[in-house]
Design a protein around this ligand. Structure first.
Ligand code: FAD
Length: 467
């Protein structure tokens, strides 16, 4: 199992402290066991570390008041969006107070003329797109799960659309953040570019709640494309599929989505979503643009695919057919777990320069084939990013050891190829040792930055950096 970082000295949570939080938030502060349990765990195999209490804050000012009370009592603070992260980010490793921002659900401003929006941190991506429905605009970042935009900013999330629209890194323009001492600051703004001082926005994006709590997010928006078309194409082998991706990206074709599912994942998807796709390495595509542009992109990609052993494209042009196709892709994680009832998932991802993608995937698949591990592979391959889910029984030490061995090898391989230990899931505490390897001397500098923002190490302690 991933080593759990040494716990910070735990502060005893007393009845007097509880009374102070209750006086602040009333019923929106709770120590109920079921609620604490729900907030101590994400969607992966990582064990549950419940916080001492959960505060459902309703505004930036309320988050600040809760943070100040935590500061007074030296309590750790763990921000919580929707809890869909995958590397143990929400675990209360040293107890403390979970600040759940999921009730902060207001879309504060939409400016269609500037293509931007400001939302409270608890707004989810689906809620935002529902809100934008009549404006002709949309927010493209799509991590599959209906995650909160504060959580997505905090994990620097991306997903299927990132190959065309970028990740949260490119799409967050500004933030409101509550610091460890309760101060409220604004970073960035609405200007499309700025050369004004340190880029604190980029620092908080991806900080996983270790530097402050994001309460408001200003985001870029995009016009809904005139034409959208999606297709599925099976390949003779995985190299053909990956080479199609590489050639497509290197040719500069602006695909909106290009997703790889290996044959094990396709089998899982068919069974889980009651579909009948060919069980073979498969690419899922989506094209955005004018009707003529989409047609042209599709023809170019189909020609590349044919060259590398791709079969006919199966098209989905009606919105309901596209939704079905992408829902099946998004359910991939649960489909993988359903292959082995009662199992848990150890999801992991790496990202490499696109020219190394085929080697990285093929060597990783070879490792899996030589082991006893069930591990379907999916990938946002247009970015050089792919995921495995080790389908495991966490109570079996030999399975955990094997998953760890395979994972270590995959991450080492990605790093040796100039890649990163995570393209999008983040570090939490599950990948801290890999971040140390990847960042080298910069890892200690990250720790120094953390201390500057949070000298008492109370903001999500035990995550991302070692203090
Ligand atoms: C089935 C499935 C598929 C997924 N696919 C993808 C994918 O394709 N791409 C991808 O990027 N991710 C993916 N994820 C991971 C996950 O959805 C993302 O990491 C998402 O961004 C987490 O958002 P959340 O609101 O659930 O955050 P949480 O899980 O609640 O929190 C994540 C981290 O951010 C911190 N945090 C939360 N809110 C705040 C805040 N307001 N201020 C400061 N810190 C905060 C937490 O303390 C924690 O460390 C997937 C997850 C699942 C379950």
């Amino acid at each position: 199992m991933t080593a759990v970082p040494a716990a910070q000295p735990r502060v005893a949570f007393t009845d007097e402290m509880k009374a102070e939080f209750k006086a602040l938030l009333g019923d929106r502060f709770t120590t109920a066991a079921a609620v604490r349990e729900h907030h101590g765990k994400d969607e992966s195999y990582h064990p549950n570390f419940p916080p001492d209490g959960v505060a459902f804050a309703a505004s930036t000012e309320e988050v600040s008041a809760v943070v100040k009370l935590c500061a007074k009592h030296k309590l750790p603070i763990i921000p919580f969006g929707t809890g869909t992260s995958l590397e143990g980010g929400v675990a209360a490793l040293a107890g403390g107070i979970c600040i759940d921002v999921s009730t902060m659900k207001e879309v504060l401003r939409v400016s269609p003329e500037d293509l931007d929006v400001t939302v409270q941190a608890g707004v989810t991506r689906k809620q935002l797109n529902e809100h934008l429905r009549d404006t002709g605009l949309f927010f493209p970042i799509d991590p599959g799960a209906d995650a909160s935009l504060g959580g997505m900013a905090s994990t620097r999330a991306s997903g299927t659309n990132a190959v065309r629209y970028g990740t949260m890194r490119e799409n967050v323009l500004g933030l409101t953040v509550v610091l460890a001492d309760g101060r409220i600051i604004k970073t960035g703004g609405r200007a499309r570019k700025s050369a004004a001082g340190y880029d604190l926005t980029r620092l908080f994006v991806g900080a996983e709640g270790t530097l402050g709590i994001i309460t408001e997010v200003t985001l870029r928006l995009y016009g809904i494309p005139e034409a959208i078309s999606a297709a599925v194409c099976p390949f003779n082998d995985i190299r053909g599929a990956v080479d199609t991706v590489i050639q497509t990206i290197q040719s500069g074709i602006p695909v909106a989505r290009i997703e790889l599912l290996d044959e094990v994942q396709m089998d899982a998807v068919n069974k889980y979503s009651k579909l009948d796709y060919t069980v073979a390495p498969t690419l899922f595509f989506e094209f955005h643009g004018t009707a003529a542009g989409v047609k042209e992109q599709a023809e170019m990609v189909a020609a590349i695919a044919a060259e590398f052993g791709g079969s006919e494209f199966t098209w989905a042009t009606r919105p309901e057919d596209r939704s079905k196709l992408w829902q099946a892709r998004h359910d991939g994680y649960y489909a993988a777990l359903a292959l082995r009832p009662g199992s848990k998932g150890w999801p992991t991802d790496v990202c490499v320069p696109i020219s190394r993608l085929a080697d990285c995937i093929l060597e990783t698949k070879k490792d899996i084939a030589e082991s006893s591990m069930l591990a379907p592979l999916v990938g946002h391959v247009g970015d050089g990013n792919f995921h495995l889910v080790y389908v495991i029984d966490p109570d079996k030490p030999e399975e955990m050891a094997e998953a760890k061995r395979l994972n270590d090898r995959m991450v080492d391989r990605a790093l040796a190829m100039g890649g990163t230990c995570t393209g999008e899931h983040g570090i939490g505490y599950g990948k801290m040792e890999f971040l140390e390897k990847e960042a080298g001397d910069a890892f200690a500098v990250m720790g120094e930055l953390k201390r500057a923002f949070d000298p008492e190490n109370r903001m999500n302690p035990g995550k991302v950096v070692r203090i």
